[in-house]
Design a protein around this ligand. Structure first.
Ligand code: 5GP
Length: 142
């Protein structure tokens, strides 16, 4: 996809937002939705997406950043607490050349433990029962 292409409403995250595809949701309000990454880089890897239809950070209206980042922070705190993580890696990939593969803005919240390396980005599918258990831990931490 070219960086000049418009937002595509059939992208996977837009379909999750519309309820057309399932997801292990951990948080939702009028501004944002958070759910587990199906190919996590660590246990509890969570994605936070705005409800606005924007491809990436450059397309996000300036006045929408504050409310969205407050949700990113809130979800990050719950992920860290729920997963009993020692730290977090927070990432955003912008454009295909930047490593973005789903073109609806999202931040990755990746739990970290000292000495545990990250799995590769988008490498292998996690088992459903593991995702379900991790989502329950995070939901309980809000
Ligand atoms: P990006 O590469 O765009 O920053 O991140 C997209 C992320 O979405 C990847 O980490 C990938 O594992 C994840 N992903 C891809 N398809 C799906 C899906 O159908 N459901 C969920 N929950 N995550 C997905």
């Amino acid at each position: 996809m070219a960086d000049t292409d418009p937002y595509q409403p059939e992208n996977i995250f837009a379909r999750i937002l519309r309820g057309e595809l399932p997801a292990h949701k951990v948080f939702e309000d009028e501004v944002a939705l958070a759910f587990l990454d199906v190919m996590p880089q660590s246990h509890g890897h969570t994605l936070v997406i705005p409800k606005l239809s924007v491809r990436g950070m450059i397309d996000m209206p300036a006045d929408a950043w504050g409310p969205y980042m407050v949700r990113v922070q809130k979800v990050a705190a719950a992920v860290k607490k729920g997963m009993e993580a020692e730290g977090l890696t927070v990432r955003q990939y912008e454009g295909a050349a930047g490593g973005q593969t789903v073109f609806h803005l999202h931040f990755h919240i990746i739990p970290r433990w000292v000495g545990e390396p990250l799995r590769r980005h988008g490498d292998s599918m996690e088992k459903e029962d593991v995702l379900k258990a991790n989502a329950a831990k995070i939901r309980a931490a809000f």
